[in-house]
Design a protein around this ligand. Structure first.
Ligand code: AHR
Length: 366
């Protein structure tokens, strides 16, 4: 069943060639892109392996993708290396997509630039990979390149973040965190904590350090938390992009501290931003955490985030699980077996705070 879509595309092209030659059509017409639709097509029976040789270029390319030691060739267009989460995510893919597990992994670090990721996808297409895994840095701007992958008969699996495309058959399936829910969970945690501390009637001033503008993880978390802020009557003093990095978090926090002297809570879009924000707050002579001047809420729940909670600097960490390697492996195996897939799925994610961090830190897998 391997590369069934590419074989189907090839078979369709050959059928068209014969049909058009029979009808006196030109071979240029026959070379029009085959229909390489989405997942359902992969559930159809595979065409015969010898869907052969008239179109030498197409045939050679398909063979190359299919036959190197029987390995499945996967191109992973990773966002970058901006956070502890991202490093754990990369490691998860590298551990899973090994030759022993039947894969050849072509890994590309996009350095947080969409143009690099687009180029990587084009390189994967040129290398005739069997599957493309894309962690899209931002949501928009993918239609053209994903259409190119579809035309080449290569299924695209979205991992970690989502895209905003006009035609959702441009990708096969998407597995990512439920970012709005994560933002909601952060707000629910804060509402409960304020109540537990007898502060739920106070005016609460919040600053938000957002993730990369245009990234689904940033937009979802921001929206999810803002809905809870509305519900609870908290005032959002300011909200700025920290690009999911420690330096970004620190810089944004420094500017917040210059502009506001009455911040109660800072919500950071990931742990690395929180580490930077905490450094900025401490440098300004203030403290953070449950006993501190400013409460900090963050996302990811990486081990270092737990350490900050154990150390009393971070209040709450909403989990975003980076270990997608095994899940994407499972998805590819299903596609290889022609199984139907859900269009969208989310991993299970928890909410952790300073009260339980010490008990859990040693069991954290990333
Ligand atoms: O898309 C997931 C987010 O991206 C994680 O929260 C963050 O750490 C990463 O950079």
């Amino acid at each position: 069943m391997k590369s069934m879509k590419k074989m189907l595309a090839l078979l369709m092209a050959l059928v068209l060639t014969f049909a058009l030659v029979g009808c006196g059509g030109s071979s240029d017409d026959a070379a029009a892109p085959a229909d390489n639709g989405a997942t359902e097509e992969k559930t159809e029976e595979a065409p015969a392996d010898d869907a052969s040789a008239d179109d030498a270029t197409a045939d050679d390319t398909a063979e190359a993708g299919d036959s190197e030691g029987g390995l499945i060739k996967v191109g992973y267009a990773q966002i970058g290396a901006e956070s502890d989460w991202r490093l754990a995510n990369t490691e998860s893919f590298k551990q899973q997509f090994t030759e022993e597990n039947g894969y050849e992994l072509i890994f590309n670090d996009g350095q947080q630039k969409q143009e690099n990721q687009i180029k990587a996808i084009r390189d994967f297409i040129a290398q005739d990979v069997d599957y493309i895994v894309l962690a899209p840095v931002v949501e928009t701007g993918w239609d053209t390149v994903l259409q190119e992958a579809k035309d080449a008969g290569i299924p695209v699996i979205l991992s970690d973040r989502g895209v905003d495309v006009a035609d959702d058959s441009l990708y096969t399936t998407q597995v990512c965190g439920d970012f709005v829910l994560e933002g909601n969970n952060a707000g629910d945690w804060l509402a409960q904590e304020l109540k537990d501390k007898g502060r739920d009637k106070e005016e609460i001033n919040v600053c938000v350090i957002e993730g990369t503008t245009g990234a689904s993880a940033a937009t979802g978390r921001k929206e999810g938390f803002a809905a809870k802020a509305d519900e609870n009557g908290w005032k959002i003093l300011d909200s700025q992009d920290g690009d999911f990095t420690q330096e970004g978090g620190q810089e944004v926090m420094e500017s917040f501290l210059k502009n506001y002297d009455d911040i109660d809570v800072v919500v950071c879009a990931n742990d690395n931003e929180a580490f930077g924000a905490i450094a900025a707050i401490e440098a300004a002579g203030k403290t953070t955490g449950p006993e501190g001047d400013i409460w900090i809420i963050s996302f990811d729940a990486v081990k270092q985030g737990f350490q900050y909670m154990v150390d009393g600097k971070l209040n709450c960490d909403v989990e975003c699980n980076p270990l997608y390697g095994p899940k994407i492996d499972e998805i590819i195996k299903k596609l290889e077996n022609g199984e139907e897939l859900e269009k969208l799925s989310h991993p299970e994610e928890g909410v952790f705070d300073y009260k339980t961090a010490a008990d859990l830190i040693d069991s954290r897998p990333y």
